[in-house]
Design a protein around this ligand. Structure first.
Ligand code: HEM
Length: 408
């Protein structure tokens, strides 16, 4: 609840400086932070403890003293909850706790294990090559977000789930509204209801078929729904989560990474010519430095707990600010610098603890293949706009560029 004291707190979320899309917090905002665990004001009127150090973020995210259930009163919300959230959230295990969360997550762990992702690497390669062929055929200039960064992960997740890519305009629009923290709650509700209805219809048609299909949704129908382990409504929620998380995140990473790499011709060249280990290292540093889940991970304490020397009481909200934790100088020397040759693997861009990103092997494979092949095919790629004026997705939970005009 807002009060006089809350009104004096710095307003969160923070924005990048206008001329620097890579720095997550302006120097002025940073100066308003009163310590590594400090209170900030939320646009919904309340406040949250902002946890900014690497060690504290890890401690918070691995602790069972915090809930991820945003329907709890007092949860740190960046926008009011849309009406009908309850109806639209069945199966959304990213917002569940304890056994309820684990039960659904475990049904997907094998699908996203590294060895299974290796099997779809040839498919990722084909999707990337096709997108590059189309880009070269159409010739410069091009918007790299619309022609490459967005379609590549979108096509891959569609193939994996068994969702027709022909419907991408619809689900990309829904997911961008659902992630927009500035969007009207009624629009968010309509987007969530629409996406659930769309995926519900698709799942029903797979269920009605004698063979539901050899894709993730088909397999979950045969192995879990038909055995009575999983409700259809839960599967629909899992599909919504995977479809959104599966393309928005990687797409924004690709767009921002290219903008950054084109300022560093030495790294662009290393990406094209380097061995797997070099490319993996560059990708890890990009994940750390860009930390696209900019608004952090919201939680609520379910019991009293001490984080970074602060007592967080039961019922109080807390937000793990991954972007600052990933620039913590104690872990990443000179963390504000992009250094593709450093050991960045301790970064927290995929979160930490029980909710740590299940799709990370897939995301890493997509980034590695997409960026290395782009650099090989178009060594002379350059940005065709003033980088300071590129449209950014400042109000999205997943930060990125709305467009990236390029030429070659
Ligand atoms: C670079 C790309 C990606 C980034 C930076 C990213 C980041 C994250 C983060 C920070 C979380 C933790 C959320 C929390 O604790 O509240 C998360 C969870 C999750 N991510 Fe990702 N992600 C990426 C790609 C993907 C992909 C490709 C998929 C799916 C195919 C995916 C599916 C998920 C799911 C299902 C969860 C929820 C896990 C759970 O609650 O147990 N992500 N992701």
């Amino acid at each position: 609840m807002a009060d006089v004291l809350t009104d004096r707190l710095p307003l969160f979320p923070f924005r990048s400086p206008d001329d620097d899309p890579f720095t997550p917090v302006t120097a002025a905002d940073r100066r308003t932070l009163d310590g590594p665990v400090t209170r900030v004001r939320l646009p919904t009127g309340g406040w949250t403890w902002l946890v900014t150090r690497h060690a504290d973020v890890k401690q918070m995210l691995r602790s069972d003293a915090f809930s991820a259930d945003m329907s709890r009163p007092g949860f740190p919300l960046l926008r009011p909850l849309p009406p009908q959230t309850e109806r639209n959230s069945q199966g959304t295990f990213i917002r569940m706790d304890g056994q309820a969360h684990l039960r659904l997550r475990k049904m997907l762990t094998a699908e996203f294990m590294i060895k299974n992702v290796r099997r779809i690497e040839p498919l990722i390669g084909t999707v990337v090559d096709d997108a590059l062929d189309a880009l070269q055929e159409a010739g410069p200039p091009a918007d790299l977000v619309a022609t490459f960064a967005l379609p590549v992960p979108s096509l891959v997740i569609c193939h994996l789930l068994g969702v027709p890519y022909a419907d991408h305009a619809f689900f990309q629009q829904c997911s961008s509204v659902m992630l927009d923290e500035g969007a009207d709650p009624l629009r968010v509700r309509d987007a969530a209801t629409g996406l659930r209805a769309y995926l519900g219809g698709l799942i029903e048609s797979k269920r009605a078929a004698p063979e539901p299909g050899d894709d993730l949704l088909g397999r979950l129908i045969s192995e879990r729904v038909r055995t009575g382990e999983l409700e259809v409504g839960e599967l629909v929620g899992m599909a919504v989560l995977l479809l959104i998380a599966g393309h928005e995140t990687t797409a924004n990473m690709i767009g921002l990474s290219v903008l950054l790499l084109l300022r560093r011709p030495d790294v662009w060249q290393r990406l094209a010519t380097g061995d797997d280990e070099t490319v993996d290292g560059i990708v890890e540093e990009l994940l750390r430095y860009l930390t696209i889940v900019r608004t952090g991970l919201p939680r609520q304490a379910v019991r009293d707990v001490e984080i970074g020397g602060r007592l967080i009481r039961a019922g109080e909200p807390a937000t793990a600010l991954l972007s600052l934790a990933n620039r913590d100088d104690d872990v990443f020397g000179d963390g504000a610098q992009f250094d593709p040759y450093r050991q960045a693997h301790q970064h927290l861009a995929f979160g930490f603890g029980v909710h740590q990103c299940i799709g990370q092997p897939l995301a890493r494979a997509e980034l590695r293949i997409a960026l290395a092949r782009l650099a090989r095919r178009l060594p002379g790629l350059r940005v065709a706009a003033d980088p300071a004026h590129l449209p950014k997705r400042d109000l999205s939970i997943v930060y990125g560029l709305a467009e990236l005009p390029v030429t070659w």
